[in-house]
Design a protein around this ligand. Sequence first.
Ligand code: ADP
Ligand code: MG
Length: 211
Amino acid sequence: MDENVTTAVLEEWVRRFAHLVAENRDHLTELDAAIGDADHGLNMDRGMRAVVAALDAGTPATAGALFSKVGMTLVSTVGGASGPLFGTLFLRMGSTFGDVQTTSAQELAAALRAGLGGVVDRGKAGPQDKTMYDALSPAVEALAAAVADGGDLATGLKDARDAAAAGRDATTPMLARKGRASYLGERSVGHQDPGATTVALLLEAAAETNF
Ligand code: ADP
Ligand code: MG
């Protein structure tokens, strides 16, 4: 697996994610209405619209600059838990890529893993806490496994998409132990986690991108 992943294709991924978030804004907000404060779709859509505006104003030259811009924009435009959490995910990915114009499947897998580490540092969530972690962690493992096996990146990203979707679905029966949903205790059971749903969209966007 030695594909050259360009900054342009990574930007295409980010723009596709913004598109999916916009399409799913009301759905994400409805999920958050059940176990939170009904703002997750609005939060993420506001943030990703600002990201697209920033990218329209000037294309970052490197993978590091691209993801840093995405992360900083999310942190500065999104309130609530998801701004710092998704912001940190992208910021860590950016610092892992560094100032390179092209990167590799291995680096992409490593960057996503580092992003997960950033989310854990910030939010202290682990498996089964019913958060974005439960979709992101399986996606990280699936992509890493595909890259280690030497398969092509497109297949690896489809595996990661499927793993994230399964992780998202698995949040429904969980009892929330982190974030606003945890205030509900037993009443959080039976509802899909909004943040995990957004992570599944991020991996869906990756699988749809022509890497
Ligand atoms: P808020 O909860 O502040 O209203 P959002 O509604 O935008 O923020 O985002 C809620 C999502 O954030 C949850 O569905 C969950 O996936 C994620 N989340 C909340 N707290 C944590 C945490 N400590 N670690 C990881 N993810 C978290
Ligand atoms: Mg909320």
